[in-house]
Design a protein around this ligand. Structure first.
Ligand code: SAM
Length: 296
């Protein structure tokens, strides 16, 4: 095994450091070493992160930084980095930038030629996927769904035909209504998994149909407490191909009366399929049609 971590000296760079999502033992040795050695730690909530640092015996100075920070705080960090000093970026839990602050800082640092180095580790998304038992070869991370039910349903509708495993973060206030909306849009029988309080005392991984998960949430207040990742299996292939066949039929009828672009746009509105995909398909079908006419 490569022992780079032991020999590696902390260099001038922005280190994006993953921290535990619950169990403090999950802070890696390399993360601890980097956090102890950098000049400054930029943290979303300095009080919250202060507890982790204290637990781990790290005494590096904390600097408050989040996505709503005034620009001058970001500029200050970039100027510290450009002077050749090292900064670690952490969030309240897990991997920074994954539904957490840091995107703007990382982007600007890279644009300015400042080295940006990952110190990988805990992340609720990958922890959940690793234990859910749903297809994990291809998946879509959707972050937090919209807070309001109407927007949320619309959002779920846009994902109805997605064949890859869907992964959402959700808050305890919305877990029940969000699951209800999922049940309505994706269907009561669609397989899903709720991962709650991963790596913590009340860790639970509950799987079943969306209907049975709604019942599970309703039956005990405790089931709705804590932090949640919800995974929904992708649309089954048969459902997908039935929808595809329907989209193609719609497109063919429209192509008899309308130009390609209009037919594709209207078919997208009628079937919920992506306009670009239908446009491409319409071009192919018209091409095939023209060839056939030419050979007749
Ligand atoms: N950056 C974090 C990561 O790497 O996972 C995510 C930050 S996001 C603001 C917080 C959300 O992540 C929570 O509302 C919950 O949906 C999910 N989450 C974080 N920790 C979790 C845990 N221990 N168990 C389940 N979900 C968790």
């Amino acid at each position: 095994m490569h022992s780079e971590a032991q020999s590696e000296a902390v260099q001038a760079a922005l280190y994006v450091v993953a921290t535990p999502i619950g169990n403090l033992e999950d802070l890696s040795d390399r993360a601890r070493k980097v956090l102890s050695s950098v000049d400054l730690i930029a943290a979303e909530d300095t009080r919250h992160s202060g507890r982790l640092l204290q637990h781990s015996g790290i005494r590096t100075r904390l600097y408050s930084y989040h996505d709503h920070s005034q620009q001058d705080r970001e500029e200050r960090l970039l100027s510290i980095l450009s002077e050749g000093r090292s900064v670690a970026l952490i969030s309240d839990a897990g991997t920074p930038l994954i539904s957490d602050p840091g995107y703007s800082l990382v982007r600007k640092a890279r644009q300015q030629g400042i080295p940006v180095r990952p110190i990988p580790g805990p992340c609720a998304l990958t922890a959940a996927l690793s234990v859910a038992g749903l297809a994990s070869d291809r998946f879509v991370f959707e972050g937090f769904p919209p807070a309001k039910s109407q927007a949320r349903r619309k959002h779920f509708e846009s994902l109805q035909q997605e064949s890859r495993t869907l992964i959402f973060y959700e808050s305890p206030h919305r877990i029940e209504s969000s699951l209800q909306d999922m049940q309505e849009v994706f269907g009561a029988g669609r397989e899903a998994v709720i991962c709650r309080e991963l790596t913590k005392l009340w860790e639970a991984v509950e799987s079943g149909s969306l209907q049975s998960l709604c019942t599970w949430l309703a039956q005990d207040d405790n089931n709705r407490r804590g932090e949640f990742v919800v995974l929904v299996s992708g649309a089954p292939a048969t459902e997908q191909s039935a929808l595809e066949a329907q989209a193609i039929r719609t497109l063919d009828v429209l192509l008899e009366e309308l130009p390609v672009k209009k037919a594709a746009a209207l078919a997208a509105r009628l079937t919920g399929w992506r306009k670009n995909a239908l446009y491409q398909l319409a071009l192919e079908r018209q091409d095939a049609h023209n060839k056939q006419e030419g050979s007749d």
